[in-house]
Design a protein around this ligand. Structure first.
Ligand SMILES: Nc1nc2c(c(=O)[nH]1)N[C@H]1C(S)=C(S)[C@@H](COP(=O)(O)OP(=O)(O)OC[C@H]3O[C@@H](n4cnc5c(N)ncnc54)[C@H](O)[C@@H]3O)O[C@H]1N2
Ligand code: MOO
Ligand code: MG
Length: 400
């Protein structure tokens, strides 16, 4: 049996790019940019007035002038006016072009306007150049503002809009199918017989993928070798990756590894020194399809999704597989077996230190899916020790 470091290496080694696609701006949130975004003009594109008021020539004020005849109004969205009289002023609005011949803006609060003249009020401080956002001072035309590889947040989408990009090239998401297995499972809308349960893993895993921006279809396969083989054969052709849940352990009807092997899927690993999720199986049909066969217990399949599928997907998209999130245990914890333990925790930030703290919410084992709703994350406690003292800092995988 291999440890989680070896398992991680094997999983990440099969990460590959799925190309790029052009997507409307409004659908790009959370996607990974696959092009550079350059400034099509200077930022700002003209000397921009930043206060409603009057525009003058600073020199006139410096020479002692305090009253300026008003010669017109420069609105935002109107072509540039000129201040022809060096001793005059134009009214100007925030967002307007600074009139040619003016260099200084005085806010309405600092002037009194009467009979077509603006007089600067006693005590108002005026500095030449004030209240003007000079052309090109933020960025210059053709500067790269956002580089390829950036995850798209609201900030980058605003930049795309301002440089006129209505569509963006982003990394294509791999096509995924989530396959649940097991004759005990019935659809969500069904009333289960006493010996049945409703399928839940498919929805948990689908939602986790959605949090990472990937859509997935759902499929159910019964516990029969022939059916498992036939359905998986089709999936291997139709999807970039398959997430199976269940059927990977030692049961008489756990057909998943055998069916995958029959179909030529190369096994990279089966069983990892971890709890939960020990029977995790991973392989690929090289260059064609990656297969995560996750243990059926709900906490196991969800934990493996967080710890292996998420990092693999991020690496496929050119992102760091592990974003480097850590949390601090807020009490002593003990775990004896020589396995990496993924402890369910509730997270909070300590108001004094600002640290992210983790409070254990253990639950009743890997079948206890209700406990997932009480926790926020898994804390990765390493093998090779059985006491984890309060104050220890460990990697954390959070799903909320
Ligand atoms: N003899 C042994 N038995 C088991 C071992 C072992 O090492 N030796 N490992 C145990 C561990 S650990 C796990 S985890 C499970 C993994 O089992 P499988 O991957 O074969 O999954 P199933 O047998 O199909 O189901 C296990 C459990 O999970 C429930 N399940 C499955 N799919 C879903 C779903 N879509 N939604 C909700 N619940 C699901 C299923 O009903 C079972 O209760 O094996 C142990 N056994
Ligand atoms: O992987 Mo199993 O999760 O320990 O029940
Ligand atoms: Mg089983």
């Amino acid at each position: 049996m291999i440890d989680i470091q070896q398992a991680t290496e094997l999983v990440l080694a099969s990460a590959r790019s799925f190309g790029t696609e052009k997507v409307p701006l409004q659908e790009c949130l959370g996607r990974i940019l696959a092009q550079d975004m350059a400034a099509d003009r200077d930022f700002p594109p003209f000397h921009r007035v930043t206060m409603d008021g009057i525009a003058i020539l600073g020199e006139a004020y410096e020479s002692g002038l305090r009253t300026f005849p008003l010669q017109g109004t420069q609105a935002a969205g109107a072509p540039q006016l000129s201040l022809n009289d060096k001793a005059g002023a134009l009214e100007v609005m925030t967002g307007a072009m600074l009139p040619a011949g003016a260099d200084t803006v005085i806010r309405y609060e600092d002037v009194k306007i009467e009979h077509g003249q603006a007089t600067i009020v006693e005590g108002a401080a005026v500095k030449t150049g004030q209240n003007v956002h000079l052309q090109g001072t933020d960025r210059r035309q053709s500067d790269i503002i956002v580089k390829a590889g950036a995850p798209l947040s609201p900030a980058e989408l605003g930049v795309a809009a301002t440089v006129g990009l209505s569509h963006l090239y982003v990394q294509r998401m791999p096509r995924a199918v989530i396959v649940s297995t097991g004759d005990e499972l019935v659809p969500v809308s069904a009333a289960p017989a006493p010996y049945q349960i409703r399928t839940s893993n498919a929805y948990t895993i689908q939602a986790a993928l959605r949090q990472w921006g990937a859509a997935a279809e759902l499929l159910h396969i019964s516990d029969e070798l022939e059916a498992t083989r036939a359905e998986l054969k089709r999936c291997l052709q139709a999807y970039d990756f398959i997430l199976l849940s269940g059927g990977v352990s030692k049961g008489k009807f756990d057909y998943v590894p055998a069916a995958l092997t029959d179909l030529g899927v190369k096994k990279h690993l089966h069983k990892v020194k971890q709890r939960p999720g020990k029977p995790f199986w991973f392989g690929e049909l090289p260059g064609q399809c990656t297969v995560f066969a996750l243990p059926g217990n709900p906490v196991s399949s969800f934990m493996c999704t967080q710890r292996y599928v998420g990092p693999w997907l991020r690496k496929c998209l050119g992102q760091p597989a592990f974003p480097g999130a850590f949390a601090m245990l807020d009490r002593d914890f003990h775990f004896r077996p020589d396995l990496t333990y993924f402890l369910q925790v509730r997270l909070y930030s300590d108001a004094e230190s600002g640290r992210l703290m983790a409070s254990p919410v253990e639950g009743k084992g890997s079948g206890d899916l209700a406990n997932l709703a009480d926790a926020d994350a898994f804390l990765e406690l390493p093998r090779g020790q059985d006491t984890f003292p309060k104050g220890g800092v460990y990697p954390v995988y959070r799903y909320r």
